[in-house]
Ligand binder design. Structure first.
Ligand code: FAD
Ligand code: A2P
Length: 370
């Protein structure tokens, strides 16, 4: 028979054993838990801060050509919206000069901005546009909305260093109730001075991109500042230093139809004449100077009249699937161009109403009018 004291003494004697068992379980569990935490730390992906790099344009060019050969994903590599209106890039004006000769109508300027301090770098390709946010406020005390402008430089910029962008801007001016009204953004741009800071957004647009093929034919129909993207294309094709940089050996035919009110309003004329004399087999330049020349009906000469005059040659080119057509400038020219293309197509036994959507679908008909 156990006495009560013996039972208590026996129970007390088990306590160290129970503590030892608990201690063993706890330490084993803690070690495993610690090991698990360590392992999880090791497995956790590191969060890397990717510093936006300035693109080496010459390398990007080569990579792009290779990439587009492999993946036919449409222009996936073209930069868009690097800067948006809430956080625009403040670019410094490098240059702002008139493109017009004495006796011209209105004001058209070539304006260049420095992009080198942009981070991420504001890179772009030929045929895109940027947004400009004019300084000041609208009638409701809100900041002015951005306006789009076609980029007039190649991705390498006018100085070929790859860190500027240029625009070709006409000051909007019209009469209302006997008063001259100046467009807000176009006046702001024509008036800015080297050293001024300008809010820039973009780049945007994939409609006016050049094809990759070096043997493509490029037909360009431009009125006024609609020359902007065409100037970038032509520099890419024919400007010696630019060609060294871009390694794009254009071998096709380029044909520019240019509409301007007066000879003094022709834009980038000196460069275009130089390209013409240096590349007589690859470049054709047809002008429609509306207030100095007359069309067959005795009216103002517009580019659509020139299109009609060249119907046969133009449609021979269009029938070649390597030919792309680019239209840029006044919105008002679209119906006139359509009408001329309809007549020109008829002369070749073709139906423009059927042909145009086919060209569009094939990515060969590019329109940017405003
Ligand atoms: P605003 O102050 O905005 O005034 C324009 C407004 O004035 C119009 O909306 C209209 O309400 C009114 N208005 C205009 N004309 C008249 C009139 N005759 N009578 C009565 N009211 C009138 N422009 C260039 O110079 N170069 C370019 O390369 C260029 N590229 C462009 C590319 C794209 C994709 C687009 C969409 C537009 C482009 N523009 C270009 C046009 C540019 O974006 C502006 O619309 C233009 O500069 C006028 O802006 P603004 O602020 O000076 O005029
Ligand atoms: P015009 O103004 O003589 O009627 P800019 O932008 O420098 O004024 O140049 C635009 C050119 O486009 C001008 O020669 C202008 O002629 C011309 N133009 C105006 N309206 C049309 C139209 N509907 N179709 C084609 N060209 C046009």
């Amino acid at each position: 028979m156990y006495s009560q004291a013996k039972v208590i003494a026996g129970g007390l004697a088990h306590i160290p054993v129970v503590i030892a068992v608990f201690y063993f379980i706890l330490t084993t569990f803690n070690k495993r838990a610690l090991k698990f935490v360590e392992e999880s730390k090791a497995k956790k992906p590191e969060v890397k801060v990717v510093e936006p790099k300035k693109v080496d344009v010459s390398k990007a060019e080569v990579q792009k050509t290779e990439a587009t050969k492999v993946v036919k994903k449409k222009h996936a590599d073209v930069p868009v919206n690097i800067y948006r209106p809430k956080t625009p890039y403040e670019g410094t004006v490098i240059d702002n000069y008139s493109l017009l000769e004495e006796g011209a109508i209105g004001r058209v300027n070539h304006i260049t901005f420095d992009l080198k301090d942009s981070n991420p770098f504001l890179n772009y390709v030929e045929g895109q546009s940027i947004g400009i946010m004019p300084a000041g406020e609208d009638a409701n005390g809100k900041p002015h909305k951005l306006r789009l402008y076609s980029i007039a430089s190649t991705r390498h910029g006018d100085d070929f260093n790859g860190n500027t962008v240029s625009l070709c801007v006409r000051q909007l001016q019209y009469e209302k109730d006997g008063e001259t009204i100046n467009g807000i953004c176009s006046t702001y741009l024509c008036d800015i001075k080297p050293g001024d800071k300008v809010k820039i957004t973009g780049p945007v647009g994939k409609e006016m991109l050049l094809p990759d093929e070096e043997d493509a034919n490029i037909v360009m129909l431009a009125t006024g500042t609609g020359i902007a993207p065409m100037r970038a294309y032509l520099r890419r094709m024919f400007e010696a230093t630019e060609k060294e940089k871009n390694k794009w050996n254009f071998r096709g035919k380029a044909w520019l139809f240019m509409g301007a009110p007066k000879s003094a309003n022709l834009l980038y004329e000196e460069d275009l004449q130089r390209y013409l004399s240096e590349n007589p087999n690859n470049f054709k330049y047809t002008k429609a100077i509306s207030r100095e020349q007359q069309n067959a009906k005795g009216g103002r000469m517009y580019i659509q009249d020139r299109v009609l005059e060249s119907a046969n040659e133009l449609f021979n080119m269009i029938e070649d699937e390597k030919t792309h057509i680019y239209l840029c400038g006044l919105k008002g020219m679209e119906p006139g161009i359509d009408e001329a293309m309809t007549k020109a197509a008829e002369e070749k036994g073709l139906n423009w109403a059927e042909l145009r959507p086919q060209l569009k679908k094939a990515g060969r008909w590019h329109v940017e009018t405003y």
